[in-house]
Design a protein around this ligand. Structure first.
Ligand code: UD1
Length: 344
């Protein structure tokens, strides 16, 4: 049994699908502050399997202990957290409370219940402005927002806890830019309010919910002047969690610590695409023009950011397989069949 915190969210639901398909039993622990239980019904529809879910908050140790005991979980995948960079600048305490304190309470509950495997959702944002590209795991860590710093603080906590108790098997997964949706079109990203991120904004323009995309700057030192990112299909990302989990389980069975501390891997494709590359690929996928205008640079943005994905291949046998066309086609399938997300 795997306990999945934040399992009703965007990446969580896609990971639950892959866990259930692989034969794991799943209990979701979620406070639904930015998600909807409907997404879990969709997970059951896709897989034809049932999952358990518990409404609970990671800052509440007793609720976590009850969930771990009730489910009989042998491992935790920890997605629960806040993730909006701009909001984290406005309300840093929300981020340190939800993300950092929530993880502390989770670790205490795991210690109490003897659960020793944790896969954690980190972010490539922990690297900050790149000194060199592609970004490898040994790049210095210097996040530039409270959101990013909350992720880095959690990473440091995990490293300290694992160091103090070698029976803990921990995976730190640094995501690049997750996009796309399950090919069924039943689950996908369902942002509240105006999307901050590129692909959900483009999707809403395509479906007619928004008039035009603002391209934040076309004077970056990139081939077409717009920002370059490493977009990764959310299904590939979900499969990365499965591979990490399996590697940690194997290490636990062998009673070894093969990763010299926490298993730490980038989950990215290693390929960068510009904003205009994404717009063009999306136009192909949806068969409509995506109107856009060039606007000033967004503060805090950088020109170019993409992964060195080699370490994930070496350590957990994972690599991304789905390309930008598959990302856009699946995003469009989800967006066009659920124009208002789970509220349709
Ligand atoms: C952002 C976060 C990052 C987080 C990631 C999640 C910042 C600085 N970084 O990354 O911490 O982990 O989301 O996916 O916010 N763009 C437009 N118009 C738009 C939206 C975006 O031109 O309306 C451009 C951006 O300038 C950028 C690219 O699209 O070049 C990607 O932006 P976005 O999807 O927001 O991701 P990141 O900024 O890379």
């Amino acid at each position: 049994m795997i306990l999945v915190t934040g399992g009703a969210g965007y990446i969580g639901t896609h990971t639950c699908v892959e866990l259930l398909n692989a034969g794991y039993a799943v209990t979701v622990f979620d406070n639904f502050c930015n998600s909807n239980p409907e997404s879990l019904k969709r997970v059951e529809r896709i897989t034809g399997k049932k999952l358990q879910w518990i409404r609970g908050d990671c800052r509440n140790r007793d609720e976590l202990i009850a969930a771990l005991k009730q489910s009989g979980a042998s491992a935790v995948i920890h997605f629960a957290g806040l993730k909006a960079v701009g909001e984290s600048v406005e309300h840093p305490l929300w981020y340190y409370d939800n993300n950092v304190i929530g993880t502390l309470r989770l670790l205490e509950a795991m210690q109490e219940c003897g659960v020793r495997i944790l896969v954690f959702s980190s972010s490539a944002t922990v690297y900050g402005d790149p000194h060199r590209l592609p970004l490898a795991e040994d790049h210095p860590l210097s996040p530039t927002s409270p959101y990013g710093r909350s992720k880095l603080m959690i990473e440091e906590i995990l490293r300290d806890v694992q160091h103090s108790d070698q029976s803990f098997q921990m995976g730190i997964l640094r995501y690049f830019n997750p996009v796309g949706a399950h090919p069924s079109g039943l689950i996908g990203e369902d942002p509240q309010g105006i999307p901050n991120n590129l692909m959900p904004f483009v999707a809403q323009v395509a479906v007619g919910r928004r008039e035009a995309l603002n391209v934040w700057g076309n004077d970056y030192p990139t081939p077409d002047g717009t920002g370059v990112r490493d977009y990764i299909h959310v299904v590939d990302l979900a499969l990365g969690h499965l591979k990490a989990l399996e590697a940690l389980q194997a290490a636990q069975r062998a009673q070894t610590s093969p990763f010299s501390g926490c298993l730490t891997v980038n989950l990215g494709t290693g390929r960068g695409y510009s904003v205009l590359d994404v717009v063009n690929a999306y136009e192909q996928a949806c068969g409509r023009p995506i109107p856009y205008q060039v606007a000033p640079r967004r503060p805090g943005d950088i020109a170019c950011f993409y992964a060195d994905p080699q370490q994930a291949k070496t350590l957990i046998g994972w690599q991304a397989n789905l390309d930008l066309n598959a990302m856009c086609a699946s995003s469009w399938h989800w967006q066009s069949t659920n124009p208002n997300g789970y509220h349709t």
